[in-house]
Design a protein around this ligand. Structure first.
Ligand SMILES: Cc1ncc(COP(=O)(O)O)c(C=O)c1O
Length: 375
């Protein structure tokens, strides 16, 4: 046996897991100290009208049986999803997990480890690079093109090599609100080699109304190596329940299912997800509100002289005339929580979630005050 002391020099910590400033997500209302006035939370892209009533009722009913294990698999939610997609996709093309973020984690764990590479396009959602780092993978940033955040297809293709496994694109994109026209996606997907998978994050897809917007569905149906990421946190108003899913080719879905734990979804989330998919009235009400309020905010922000980018999501990216932290604090003092997004690759910018009319008017009133002090 070797001398036991010799093992003291062995570093058991993976160097790539030493993260300086880990992503913590947006603050909750309870974390905001100034509770003296009504606070409008426009910082986490949550649903302005709450949660699907059908989902709430399903959670309440399920709460009577908390002593029993839930379904062993995600099969019932996958059946509901196939129905929701009008059977354009089969049940076994879906994979369900505890949030959209966790679906991303499954994909990254399944396809990448040290020596593998992925491509992201900043500014964008932070989770892709965070989880890819956990796997020891190399991350290449091919920034979106200024001034309007278009995807740089040629630069992405130029970065692809034999070690590349995943490309992450987001449409509508968080935090920019920009989307990827179908022609651009066609161009990219046609030219991807067979060892590279495009992960298209479309958690805001219900809110898009651009004529040339597309989800991943046509590509997956055509058998392309594309994965469409979705979440129940936005349109269905179930952020607290942590439910997400993706759809892809049967081959990729079967492969990733191998690393899904038994009892992957808790009973409350499972029932909430199934009920939410059937709540077409709620889905429609949410989409209508977001699209109406988005038009309203675009017009009103223009009048105030706010520098912003037109959005296809349930939020708008702005560039205030002062530092983003100072701006966040001023808005907080006026009762509105907004989100600085330097960590998403957009330094100096702040993302404002669309609320209902009352919240949006409160936000506009606060913006008028802040901008007036710099006029
Ligand atoms: C682009 C994008 N993808 C995925 C998610 C993950 O959503 P969740 O983990 O709440 O399902 C979010 C959440 O904000 C997002 O903005």
């Amino acid at each position: 046996m070797e001398d036991q002391n010799s093992s003291t020099d062995i570093d058991i910590y993976k160097s790539y897991l030493k993260v300086d400033n880990p992503y913590k997500g947006g603050k909750t209302l309870a974390e905001i100290k100034s509770q003296s006035q009504k606070m409008y939370k426009l910082s986490s892209n949550e649903n302005p009208i709450g949660a699907s009533p059908k989902a709430i009722a399903a959670v309440q009913a399920a709460a009577n049986n908390l002593h029993l294990y839930p379904d062993r698999t995600d099969a019932r939610l996958r059946t509901a999803l196939a129905k929701y997609y009008d059977h354009a996709l089969k049940e076994n093309q879906f994979v369900v997990a505890n949030s959209g973020s966790e679906t991303l984690e499954l994909i990254i764990r399944a396809f990448m480890s040290e020596g593998h590479e992925c491509i992201i396009s900043n500014p964008t959602f932070l989770i892709y690079q965070m989880v890819a780092k956990w796997q020891g993978a190399t991350i290449h940033d091919v920034p979106l093109l200024s001034p309007n955040f278009e995807v740089d297809v040629e630069a992405i293709l130029a970065k692809v090599n034999d070690n590349t496994r995943l490309i992450f694109l987001t449409s509508p994109n968080n935090p920019t609100g920009s989307y990827i026209p179908k022609a651009t996606l066609d161009m990219l997907i046609e030219r991807l080699p067979s060892h590279v998978i495009l992960v298209l994050d479309e958690v805001y897809y219900h809110f898009a109304d651009a004529a040339d917007f597309t989800t991943a569905v046509p590509y997956v149906k055509a058998g392309k190596q594309v994965i469409g990421i979705n979440s129940f946190s936005k349109t269905y108003g179930l952020a607290a329940m942590r439910i997400g899913y993706f759809y892809t080719t049967e081959k990729i879905a079967d492969y990733i299912h191998q690393i899904c734990k038994p009892f992957i979804l808790n009973k409350l989330s499972l029932e909430a997800g199934i009920a939410a998919l059937e709540d077409t009235t709620f889905i429609q009400a949410t989409v209508e509100l977001v699209q109406t309020e988005r038009k309203y905010m675009h017009t009103e922000l223009e009048k105030i002289g706010v520098h912003f980018w037109p959005s296809q999501g349930n939020f708008i990216l702005t560039k205030p005339p002062i530092g983003e932290k100072e701006f966040e604090d001023k808005m907080l003092d006026l009762g509105v929580m907004v989100r600085p997004v330097a960590a998403f690759g957009a330094p100096g910018c702040v993302r404002i979630t669309l609320g209902d009319r009352e919240a949006n008017d409160a936000c506009l009133a606060a913006l008028r005050k802040v901008y007036a002090s710099f006029a």
